[in-house]
Design a protein around this ligand. Structure first.
Ligand code: DDH
Length: 267
């Protein structure tokens, strides 16, 4: 039986890293948990965090996962220290602990995922299941409906962009969404509603900037303001942090459970 409390403490203790981005590896660990899980398809019950398949091709080579090899490597010392804990559990738990440690809600999380060391081809999801930031509302719906989410869940989950930043060498996009990228809050929604966003003039991919030029939004972030159904929820979360936290933790908890097959003996 793994000592989950000790593991949680160890994850919390490693988050602060002054030389990393904005001083915390929390945001990239949240992204790892999300990308490990967001490959799920309810159509054939494939993908998801179970198996920790992001270590294997073709998932490891998906452009959407660029940079996440660093996040995976940072968790390896904990895999060594807690060998009974699967990487699939470790990656998802690290996301949960990071959000809570950065001031966000506690997400319900359950252990019991297993790692696939030599997966069959059909057990590793194909590339292209994660969202493409250059697209609009129909694409966002296609991707998240495929996982089993609704419009409200989509907006809640998108609120994770209050954390972290884009890296030109990973996604091609550049900059943070908020001035507090290591603090979980509803700031992303407040900025979407209250700032004036204009297309950034540069050689990179289409992205939007605030008047200071320091903050950014992806085309998919702007799509939440351009689609009336999404926009109503964005406005609600901008006004009501408690409701956002409650909805986020429920949707993030559901995301991390997608496709997970447990056998009681593994718990
Ligand atoms: Fe995201 N995200 N994301 N995202 N995401 C990026 C960074 C981070 C999209 C694209 C990008 C979610 C949804 C979407 C986080 C969490 C979540 C980057 C920049 C791109 C591009 C990567 C880089 O250059 O390093 C798109 C498109 C969508 C979409 O829904 C349409 C969701 C649902 C989550 C979540 O966690 C629930 C986090 C955190 C980051 C910051 C990572 C970092 O290193 O910092």
């Amino acid at each position: 039986m793994a000592d989950w409390f000790a593991l949680e403490r160890d994850i919390k203790a490693m988050l602060k890293q002054p030389e990393w981005d904005d001083g915390s590896i929390g945001p990239v660990l949240v992204r790892l948990a999300w990308h490990a899980s967001g490959t799920y398809s309810k159509k054939d019950n494939t993908g998801g965090s179970d198996g920790a398949t992001m270590r294997h091709a073709p998932e490891s080579t998906d452009g959407a996962n660029a940079g996440l090899e660093k996040a995976r490597a940072m968790l390896e010392p904990l895999k060594k220290k807690y060998p009974a804990v699967s990487r699939a559990d470790l990656w998802t738990l690290a996301g949960v602990i990071s959000i809570e440690a950065m001031g966000g809600p506690r997400t319900p999380w359950y252990p019991g995922r297993t790692d696939k060391e030599k997966p069959k081809a059909a057990e590793v999801p194909p590339n292209g299941r994660l969202p493409d930031a250059s697209q609009g509302a129909p694409h966002i719906r296609d991707v998240f409906y495929r996982m089993g989410f609704n419009d409200r869940d989509i907006v809640a989950l998108s609120g994770a962009h209050t954390l972290g930043r884009c890296h030109p060498d990973r996604s091609g996009f550049s900059g943070p969404w908020t001035n507090t990228p290591t603090r979980f809050s509803n700031q992303y929604f407040k900025l979407l509603v209250n700032e004036k966003w204009t297309k950034k003039k540069w050689d990179g991919p289409e992205q939007y900037e605030d008047p200071s030029g320091e903050l950014m939004m992806l085309p998919t972030d702007m799509a939440l303001m351009w689609d009336p159904k999404f926009k109503a929820v964005v406005e609600e979360y901008a006004e009501d942090k408690e409701t956002f936290f409650k909805d986020f933790s429920a949707a993030f908890g559901k995301l991390l459970e997608l496709g997970v097959k447990r056998s009681a003996s593994k718990l």
